[in-house]
Design a protein around this ligand. Structure first.
Ligand code: APR
Length: 224
């Protein structure tokens, strides 16, 4: 069976990483436009680096939970394409062999000048030099609002052939990820959402399993 799974911030919530649209969301003390747009970075790179340094630190201290581990086990039994909107590395540390990060990764740095990517240091500063072209144009390798998500061709291709699509821990507010379910359904996949509550695109799913991911995901995967 070919399975495509999309995860969002909710799968890392029980690992202690804040989600975006809950009351304790990450954006709480920052406006999205200040810390998650290219304009915000141009305006105040020090603020944006501080914001991602804090998130990188929090992600390093977090531990994968049972949902991450269950997805890793699933990859050993089925043809699984795991796509995440998350920028933490909990899927990798939970044992998933392949993870498609469509919104980038906290642990990667990008040179806005030459496009070079490398492993980010724990703390990034404005004007850090690019190790390839030495330009002082280093930024977090995160896809900001208004920028193109990564690996979209690979994701659409996987959705073209999916027998089963599941969305786990995402509010269904941000496109193109929120549109994957409609696309998969049109291609004939069974679509399931696992969340604490019905997402913004809940009507597009065939069924829903409500509850904390660390409980619902291992139970669901054990049934496959
Ligand atoms: N188990 C399952 N679901 C949970 C849990 C949990 N323990 N805790 C929270 N959730 C659900 C919430 O109910 C919510 O629907 O996870 C979802 C998280 O939604 P968001 O905070 O909107 O996060 P996400 O959908 O990943 O955001 C998508 O938007 O902010 C941008 O680029 C950012 O990748 C992010 C994108």
């Amino acid at each position: 069976m070919r399975i495509v799974i999309l995860t969002g911030a909710g799968i890392s919530a029980e690992s202690g990483l804040a989600t975006f649209r809950a009351s304790d969301g990450l954006w709480e003390n920052h406006r999205i436009e200040d810390v998650a747009t290219p304009e915000g970075f141009d305006h105040d790179p020090a603020l944006v680096h501080r914001f991602y340094n804090m998130r990188r630190q929090a992600a390093r201290q977090a531990r994968p939970n049972a949902a991450h581990h269950a997805l890793a086990e699933l990859a050993g039994r089925h043809d699984l394409t795991l796509v995440t909107q998350n920028v933490d590395d909990l899927h990798e540390r939970g044992g998933s062999p392949q993870v498609i990060h469509m919104h980038g990764e906290l642990n990667r740095a990008l040179c806005a000048g030459c496009g070079h990517r490398w492993d980010a240091p724990p703390l990034m500063q404005p004007h850090d030099e690019c190790p390839a072209c030495t330009a002082p144009s280093t930024r977090p390798d995160i896809v900001w609002f208004g920028e193109m998500p990564y690996h979209m061709e690979q994701i659409w291709k996987a959705l073209d052939h999916a027998d089963l699509f599941a969305a786990i821990g995402t509010s269904g507010n941000v496109y193109p990820a929120a549109g994957f379910v409609q696309y998969a359904a049109r291609k004939g996949a069974e679509c399931i959402e696992m969340n604490l509550e019905a997402s913004a695109n809940a009507r597009d799913f065939d069924r829903r399993i409500l509850g904390p991911a660390s409980v619902t995901v291992p139970e669901w995967i054990a049934s496959l």
